[in-house]
Structure formats: structure tokens, C-alpha cells
Ligand binder design. Structure first.
Ligand SMILES: *[C@@H]1O[C@H](CO)[C@@H](O)[C@H](O)[C@H]1NC(C)=O
Ligand SMILES: *[C@@H]1O[C@H](CO)[C@@H](O)[C@H](O)[C@H]1NC(C)=O
Ligand SMILES: *[C@@H]1O[C@H](CO)[C@@H](O)[C@H](O)[C@H]1NC(C)=O
Ligand SMILES: *[C@@H]1O[C@H](CO)[C@@H](O)[C@H](O)[C@H]1NC(C)=O
Ligand SMILES: *[C@@H]1O[C@H](CO)[C@@H](O)[C@H](O)[C@H]1NC(C)=O
Ligand SMILES: *[C@@H]1O[C@H](CO)[C@@H](O)[C@H](O)[C@H]1NC(C)=O
Ligand SMILES: *[C@@H]1O[C@H](CO)[C@@H](O)[C@H](O)[C@H]1NC(C)=O
Length: 674
């Protein structure tokens, strides 16, 4: 017992220790550790011969850099004679945690070894790090070649004022980054309000070996290239070997945590640079900024709590276990309830005990002799499943255990009667509160975000983590139950199996979905896949934000469904208008816009463009995951001039990370001496 307690407190301390290094948004992302994102590499300087002294030194240098990557920057020199000496350095982006930095440098050096195996000089850019080497001493000097630019191909409206704001903001970001003394991390980010609902995020960084002056002049160079590459675009970046800048309309870097950090600072770390807000916004902008701080503190606490509880939940004996361990103990016998037990528990299926009626039959509340409360689903007689198959499927589905799934406790089989027994979840289903004018204010933004994230995790588990790939096929607000802490629990999963609908083929003659949530390919052709669940999740997400039902949506200006409405607002740059007005007191602007963005990605017409649940979980957990630009959702009703556009052209925007392009119209590889 003593050991148990001390382990728990040790874990708690460890958790706080880890969290103190991280942006609070990344607790989930960290568990899943994102891969570094490769951007571009360039080899130059002519070929060396294999196994030459230079080659050997290069090998030593790269492995020393890679093993040194617990810091954010390191330079090194290997070789005694000037003819075979190799100089190298790496730099990680200022907000990247050290594990990811290490991973990035590791991957980058490996890639350099294979891609630039014989080159005398090379530079490689990742989202998270830059690594370079040369036969020439380049420390403390500004290198502006080679250079690359990447742009977000989405156009900005109101170009002129945007570019003015961009240059003003990015110049101050550059000033701040450059002003750190030599040897100290030269990194700064800034946020500026474009209007009440949109912000501009800028980042500038130099290698720390530069002097403030050199850094600023390097940054002036990259900034000077921005109009060249990225005029009128929603995002762009220019990368030189010695410095780089980037801007986007969404936060693409980890923002400084507002909570004081008790962790010791790594030697090169300057005082945390906070993302400052500046620039003129509307009236509401002031309120939003004022609200942001307490909300982020609350969010921090919430997320610490969720992380902590989730870790504990996994360990706590007798609590919901996840996956494998359960297999051994789940047998038909352990799951079978006697009919008399169920009758007694539900007071003979009395009308007073009836909780509701779903697609598969009536649901009753019951209490077992032990006092445990249960929900009893009496399947309608149309089930095609034979008794044995039914039992087998119940055993399979009962093994699916996750804290965001309603737990299937067992079944009862008596003649024609087929009954499923579930844990009882006290706070009814989400639609009961969400779509009720009186009650919807109980769901503040914090709770809604928790429901969104939990639901996403539950579906992810069904799709990927359980050994069976379960497609829910009927995700909707009435299938999301809320427990006493308003945690979401998905119900009715696996029903297609239990009810006897063929799950093995991605095509079925029996459609179990609900109008308004069904992906078009499912509704029209009966084709289901994990991506049709993603579609339903997207609808649900937009409903949670708007507090409006997709299926009974009427807007005075003739927009016929929630998705079209969300899309039109998004296109007009006013996504916040989608928000349920009762959220005004509690919302987090960036998170809401980002959630709407994710929702729109989920409801894309082409299933290929919809993200997977795993990606969605990451996108929700971390602001650093780049979101592609959404296209028009399925079922979009054309309006006005749009209708005359050929399908697919008007909104055909490519992904956020676009092809690297070189300035000067010369591709980098062609700049290599031949
Ligand atoms: C790490 O870098 C420092 C100085 O940059 C150097 O002295 C040290 O040898 C390096 N460590 C390894 C393991 O290469
Ligand atoms: C790292 O760079 C500095 C100059 O910025 C230089 O003085 C030092 O010798 C370099 N360290 C190594 C190990 O090359
Ligand atoms: C680098 O990362 C990519 C993507 O994560 C992976 O496919 C590749 O195998 C990694 N390479 C090395 C050398 O680690
Ligand atoms: C580096 O290599 C290039 C190409 O072989 C050569 O022209 C240059 O002189 C070398 N630089 C130094 C400092 O050795
Ligand atoms: C920003 O800096 C660039 C180059 O450093 C300069 O040309 C430009 O006028 C500056 N813009 C503003 C708005 O300060
Ligand atoms: C952006 O605008 C340019 C010219 O104004 C146009 O050619 C291009 O198609 C637009 N791109 C998108 C994605 O709308
Ligand atoms: C260098 O090596 C690469 C790959 O082996 C080859 O394609 C290229 O032509 C070589 N360049 C020179 C200048 O020898």
C-alpha cells in the first residue's frame, strides 16, 4: 500500500516535470511522438571520393551532432588538416522539445548520409530543425545560399492591408529574435490580430552563433524575399542556412505556457518569449485577449487533470482496462445474465424504467442485486443473428474497452429474446443537453472540447487500437452518452456485428446510419469505411460548436444545412459566427476556429481528403500539427455565382505544405556545380 502511494506520487511528480517542459496542448501529442517533417535538402560543393579522409571525418561529425542533440544548437569541427576538415552544426526550432529535436537531428543526419553521401557541403531543412555541413568554416558568418521558400497556396483576402500588417509584425519579430546576445537562442514569435476572429502568427529564428547585427541582416534578407514568394498568400516561409521566417493564419509553433515553469532552463534558453498580441482589432478582440489568459490557465489545469486521470485510470485495478489484458477473462459464461435477473433489475421492463428507444430496440434502466446500475437494451426481433453467432459477437464487442466507450457488460439470451447489458451512464445523451435551449448553456466550451476530444479518442480506438477494426456507422449526438463528469462515452458501437449485418465487406445493402450524419458515399452507395465515421464525427463536431442539429437546420438566408453554413462562414472569414451564442462567456477563439477547421476537413466530399481519426486526435491535442486547407464539404449547396463554376475548380486549393520552390527561378539542385 505504501509502495502504491509513493509510486502514484512519483508518477504525479514525473508528470508535472514532463509537463513543465511542454506546451500544455501537447500532452497527447507527446505520447504519440510526432515525426519530424522533412522539407528540403541541398547538396553542393562537388563530389568527394568514397572512403576519403573527408568522408570519414564527415561521418564522425554527423554522428557527434546527432548524439549532441539534447541541446537546441551545437556546432562541431572534425579533422586535423585543412584539406579534410569538416564543419557542421544543427539548430532546432526554438519551441521544439528536446526529444523531438533529437529525433529531428537524428533523422536529418541519416538522410544527409544517404542523400548527399559524396557532397562536400549540404544543408537540410525540416520543420523542426536545420542541419548543415561544409568544408569551409562558416560559424558566425551569415550564409544566404542556398535558399528555399514554401508557401501556403490559399489566397488572402484584403491583400494590401494584410501585407502591411505582415511586414510590420514580422519586422518586430525579427528585431526581437536578433536582439538576443551571441550564443543565446535567437528565436521569437509574435501574434497579431487581423480582425476580431483571425490572427497572424509569425516566427523568426537565426542560428545562435550569429551576432545580433548579422542575425538582423540575415532576417532582412529572408523578409525581403517574402513578397517575392508569398505575396497575397495565407502563409509562407523563407529558409536560408543561417536564418528563417514563417507566417501563417494559425499557430504553427508551440506557444509559451502561461504557467510559471519550475524546470531548470537549459543553458542556451533565454527567458520565454511570449506570443504577444498587437495591432488593432475590433471591439471584441480586447475581450477575447482578456479572456484568453484565465481560460488557458483553466485549460492547463484541465489537461493536466485529464492526462493525470487517464494515466491513473490505466493503472487503477478494477477500472476500465484497455485492450489486450481483458481477453483472457472474457468468456461467454462470464458475460451471460439470466433472464430473471434482467426482469428483476428492470422491474419487468416497466415503462418507468424505460430510458429510450433506438434503432435496435428499447432501452431500460436497471439495478442489479449488487446495487450496480445497468442499461438494458432489448433488441427488436428483426435481428437476423442466430443464438451462437450472437454470443460470439457479444464476446468480441465486450472486449472493446476504452474510457470513451460505453462498456458492454454482458447479454441475455432467452428464446427469441436477445438483450444487451451495458454500464449505466447517468447524464443522458449529448443531444439531450446540446440541442436544448434551456440546457445547452450547461455545456461550456471547456466541456464541449472535452467531449470532442474524448469522442475522437473513442472512435480512434475502435478504428485502430482494438485489434478488430470496428466501424461505428451510426455516430451521432444521441449515441454519445455523458457520465457524471460529463465525459463522453460512445454507445451502440459494434451493433452491426451483434445485429447480424455483414461487417467484413465495405458495402452493404442495409444502411444503419442516421440522416444528416451519413457520408455521401455511404448514404448513396452503401459504401462504408473508417472515413464514413470520420464524416459523421465532423458533423457531430460542428453540431457541438454551433449547438444546432444538422438534420433540422434552417437559416433565414436560405442555407439548407449546417455544413454549408459552416463552409460559407469559413469562406467569408467569419467562422466564429458558427459558434453557439451561449459559448460567448467561455470560449477560446483559436481552439474554436481550429475545431471548425478540423470539422470541415472531416466532411470533405472525397473520403481520401478526410483525415484519419488518429490524425484528428493529434490535431485536437496539438496546435503544432499543420491543418490542410479544407475544400467545399459534401452536400454543399451552390449559391449565386458559385453555381456557374465548374465543379471542383472554384475551391480547389492545395494542401498547406506545398512544393518547395526556389527563388530566382532556379531550382536548387540545378545550382550545384556540374
Ligand atoms: C557536443 O558538442 C560540444 C561542443 O559543441 C563538444 O565539445 C562535444 O564533444 C560534443 N559531444 C559529442 C558527444 O560529440
Ligand atoms: C562553434 O562556433 C564557434 C563560433 O561561433 C567557434 O568559436 C567554436 O570553435 C565552434 N566549436 C566547434 C567545436 O567547432
Ligand atoms: C526519418 O523519418 C521518416 C519519416 O518519419 C522515416 O520514414 C525515415 O525512416 C526516418 N529515417 C531515418 C534515417 O531515421
Ligand atoms: C571546399 O570544396 C570546394 C569544392 O571542392 C573547393 O573549391 C573549396 O576551395 C573548398 N574550400 C575550402 C576552404 O577548403
Ligand atoms: C520591414 O523590414 C524591411 C527590411 O528590413 C523593410 O524594407 C520594410 O520597410 C520594413 N517594413 C516595415 C513595415 O517596417
Ligand atoms: C489565388 O489568386 C490567384 C491570382 O489572384 C489565382 O490565380 C489563384 O487561382 C488563386 N488561388 C486560389 C487557391 O484561390
Ligand atoms: C556526384 O555524384 C553524384 C552521385 O554519385 C553524380 O550523380 C554526380 O554527377 C556527381 N557530380 C560530380 C560533379 O561528379
Amino acid at each position: 500500500m505504501v509502495r502504491h502511494v509513493s509510486m502514484a506520487s512519483l508518477k504525479l511528480m514525473l508528470l508535472f516535470f514532463i509537463l513543465s517542459f511542454l506546451d500544455f496542448n501537447t500532452c497527447k501529442a507527446q505520447e504519440q511522438s510526432t515525426d519530424p517533417v522533412f522539407l528540403y535538402h541541398s547538396c553542393s560543393g562537388g563530389n568527394t571520393t568514397a572512403n576519403s579522409a573527408y568522408q570519414l571525418n564527415l561521418g564522425t561529425l554527423l554522428s557527434s551532432l546527432s548524439s549532441n542533440a539534447s541541446t537546441e544548437f551545437s556546432n562541431n569541427t572534425v579533422g586535423t588538416s585543412s584539406s579534410d576538415r569538416v564543419y557542421g552544426l544543427f539548430m532546432c526550432r526554438g519551441d521544439v522539445p528536446s526529444t523531438l529535436c533529437h529525433q529531428c537531428v537524428f533523422n536529418a543526419t541519416r538522410r544527409l548520409r544517404s542523400e548527399c553521401s559524396l557532397a562536400k557541403q549540404a544543408v537540410i531543412w525540416y520543420d523542426e530543425c536545420t542541419v548543415r555541413y561544409s568544408n569551409r568554416s562558416f560559424f558566425s558568418t551569415v550564409d544566404i545560399r542556398p535558399r528555399i521558400a514554401l508557401l501556403n497556396t490559399a489566397n488572402i483576402s484584403n491583400q494590401e492591408s494584410f501585407m502591411t500588417l505582415l511586414f510590420r509584425t514580422i519586422n518586430t519579430t525579427a528585431d526581437e529574435a536578433a536582439n538576443f546576445p551571441m550564443g543565446v537562442k535567437k528565436y521569437a514569435t509574435k501574434e497579431a490580430t487581423i480582425s476580431g476572429f483571425q490572427s497572424l502568427y509569425c516566427l523568426a529564428q537565426c542560428t545562435p552563433d550569429l551576432s545580433p547585427r548579422d542575425c538582423r541582416s540575415c532576417l532582412s534578407g529572408v523578409i525581403g524575399d517574402l513578397p517575392w514568394c508569398c505575396q497575397g498568400k495565407q502563409g509562407g516561409r523563407v529558409l536560408y542556412p543561417s536564418c528563417n521566417v514563417r507566417y501563417e493564419l494559425y499557430p504553427f509553433y508551440r506557444q509559451a505556457t502561461p504557467a510559471p515553469s519550475p524546470s531548470p532552463s537549459p543553458p542556451l534558453l533565454p527567458p520565454p518569449t511570449s506570443a504577444n498580441s498587437q495591432g488593432g482589432g475590433g471591439i471584441s478582440a480586447g475581450t477575447i485577449v482578456a479572456n484568453l489568459v484565465p481560460i488557458s490557465v483553466a485549460l492547463l489545469l484541465l489537461i493536466v487533470g485529464i492526462c493525470f486521470l487517464s494515466r491513473r485510470a490505466r493503472k487503477k485495478p478494477g477500472s476500465v482496462m484497455e485492450g489486450k489484458n481483458v481477453d483472457d477473462i472474457t468468456t461467454v459464461e462470464s458475460l451471460q445474465f439470466g433472464f430473471s435477473t434482467i426482469e428483476a433489475a428492470t422491474n419487468n421492463f416497466s415503462a418507468d424504467n424505460k430510458l429510450g428507444e433506438g434503432g435496435f430496440g428499447e432501452v431500460f434502466k436497471g439495478t442489479l442485486p449488487s446495487g450496480q446500475e445497468i442499461a438494458v437494451k432489448r433488441l427488436s426481433k428483426s435481428s437476423r443473428q442466430g443464438g451462437e453467432e450472437f454470443k460470439n459477437e457479444v464476446v468480441v464487442v465486450a472486449k472493446l474497452q476504452h474510457r470513451n466507450l460505453v462498456r458492454l457488460l454482458g447479454f441475455c439470451l432467452q428464446g427469441e429474446e436477445k438483450i444487451l447489458v451495458y454500464e449505466y451512464v447517468p447524464n443522458k445523451s449529448l443531444d439531450y443537453t446540446l440541442f436544448d435551449r434551456e440546457k445547452q448553456s450547461e455545456l461550456d466550451w471547456r466541456r464541449r472540447y472535452k467531449i470532442i476530444q474524448g469522442t475522437a479518442r473513442g472512435i480512434q480506438y475502435l478504428h485502430e487500437d482494438s485489434r478488430l477494426r470496428i466501424i461505428h456507422r451510426d455516430l451521432k449526438a444521441s449515441n454519445i452518452l455523458l457520465d457524471s463528469d460529463m465525459n463522453p462515452k460512445i454507445s451502440d458501437f459494434g451493433m452491426a456485428r451483434i445485429f447480424g449485418v455483414d461487417q467484413t465487406q465495405g458495402n452493404t445493402d442495409r444502411i444503419v446510419g442516421t440522416y444528416g450524419y451519413m457520408a455521401p458515399e455511404y448514404a448513396m452507395h452503401g459504401e462504408f469505411s473508417v472515413k464514413s465515421d470520420v464524416y459523421s464525427f465532423g458533423v457531430l463536431l460542428l453540431e457541438i460548436i454551433s449547438g444546432k442539429k444538422n438534420s433540422s437546420f434552417y437559416q433565414t438566408d436560405g442555407v439548407e444545412d449546417l455544413l454549408s453554413y459552416a463552409w460559407l462562414l469559413w469562406k467569408d472569414g467569419t467562422p466564429l459566427e458558427l459558434m453557439d451564442p451561449t459559448l460567448r462567456e467561455s470560449y477560446d477563439q483559436n481552439k474554436i476556429i481550429r475545431s471548425i477547421h478540423i470539422g470541415l476537413l472531416c466532411v470533405q466530399e472525397d473520403p481520401e481528403y478526410r483525415p484519419t481519426m488518429a490524425t484528428i486526435v493529434l490535431m485536437l491535442a496539438s496546435n503544432s500539427v499543420t491543418l490542410p486547407t479544407p475544400k467545399r464539404p459534401a452536400f454543399f449547396i451552390h449559391r449565386g455565382t458559385d453555381a456557374t463554376m465548374p465543379k471542383g475548380q472554384q475551391f480547389d486549393q492545395s494542401m498547406t505544405i506545398s512544393l518547395p520552390m526556389t527563388i530566382n527561378e532556379v531550382s536548387i539542385t540545378e545550382m550545384d556545380p556540374r
